[in-house]
Design a protein around this ligand. Structure first.
Ligand SMILES: [Zn+2]
Ligand SMILES: [Zn+2]
Length: 358
């Protein structure tokens, strides 16, 4: 029976949808099921109805294939996701037309700002589930011949409480097809194989940003387990004391011993690549370390590292510190309390003149 005749057998136009095909089959099965129709031609008619249904399903239900949930699970146009992962962050898609399943794993990878700045290697572990190659994910194999449960009709009469016929239900053994099938031995009827673990080493290049998408060709990574491309969404954690600007500048506010600052000492400043020595200058609070910030482009230069000092002085001075400060103050003022620095001296003179003018 060709497809056109199959549609005709069900009383349908050749462009009927899957839904219409199934509805027609149910209606005809209900009418012609040998349990309910004892006319001579009922069995033959029921078989033709089933053949027609099988033929249309084999041809793929036209453009409407898979448009709604299939009772038959037609193996040749069913492309289940076929992937189960032990992590919510992972998912996969199949290229249905390739013999060897090339899948893409979607993973989020979290890293520190320092790792993002210099690049890193991340080990991804998880599990993937292959669809069963033997049954192409359908979970069963078609044996041919009539289904033993329903005698090939594909329908089981339903009975009401009182034994009255109450329509027909699809046969569970053949899912309504009327053709004998058996659960797939390779997958035990599940349609998919046992999950397989994978372990992939992925090199994250330097300069990636939060939200970046990286596509890693599965043929270029060191992996254990089934081959897969990996699409990685980069997540860069908030940093405790670095702030990253769009232009690659990294800002850091850094408390520093106020006396060390006054004394023009050298201090250690943290950057994304480690500590850098910084010569303090007591008239300066902000410092720019050129090229010590975040990479601007993959292979390009790095932005600057900006550090802003917050000089910290003790809230409580020890006696020794108080004596030393008094001595220090004496050196910055003359014997009569006169400021020795020109800027302060000028200010003080101006104040005296202002006071007299009041
Ligand atoms: Zn199988
Ligand atoms: Zn059956």
């Amino acid at each position: 029976m060709d497809t056109e005749n199959a549609f005709a057998e069900l009383g349908l136009a050749p462009d009927a949808t899957e839904r219409e095909v199934k509805a027609a089959w149910r209606r005809l099965a209900s009418q012609w099921h040998p349990d309910r129709n004892d006319s001579d031609g009922a069995v033959a008619k029921m078989q033709r109805i089933n053949q027609a249904f099988e033929e249309i399903r084999r041809a793929g239900f036209g453009a409407q294939a898979n448009a709604d949930v299939d009772t038959a699970g037609a193996p040749d146009n069913n492309t289940p996701d076929g992937f189960g992962a032990d992590q919510a962050t992972a998912a996969a898609s199949h290229a249905a037309d390739t013999q060897r399943q090339r899948r893409t794993l979607h993973r989020k990878v979290r890293m520190t700002l320092e790792e993002a700045a210099v690049g890193c290697i991340k080990v991804l572990r998880g599990k993937v589930t292959d669809i069963c190659a033997t049954c192409a994910g359908a979970g069963h194999q078609v044996l041919g011949g009539n289904c033993a449960r329903c005698g090939g009709s594909g329908a089981i009469p339903k009975r009401s409480f009182f034994g009255w016929p109450a329509g027909v239900a699809e046969c569970e053994a053949c899912l309504g097809g009327g053709i004998a099938r058996q659960p797939c031995a390779a997958c035990g009827g599940a349609g998919k194989m046992a999950p397989r673990g994978y372990k992939i080493n992925v090199r994250i290049p330097h300069g990636v940003r939060d939200g970046d998408l990286l596509h890693v060709d599965g043929r270029r990574v060191r992996a254990e387990g089934p081959p897969a491309d990996v699409e990685i969404r980069v997540e860069v954690s908030e940093h405790a004391f670095f702030k990253l600007d769009d232009d690659g500048t990294i800002r850091c506010e850094m408390p520093v011993d106020g006396f060390a600052w006054i004394a023009n000492r050298q201090v250690k400043v943290p950057t994304v690549t480690g500590f850098h020595g910084l010569q303090l200058s007591r008239d300066q609070l902000s410092y720019r370390l050129k090229g010590q910030g975040f990479p601007v482009q993959r292979r390009g230069t790095r932005g600057d590292h900006l550090v802003t000092l917050v000089p910290i002085f003790p809230q409580q001075l020890s006696t020794d510190q108080q004596i030393l400060l008094d001595q220090l103050l004496a050196t910055s003022s003359g014997a009569g309390g006169e400021a020795l620095d020109e800027r302060l001296h000028t200010w003080n003179q101006g104040m005296r003149a202002w006071e007299r003018s009041l």
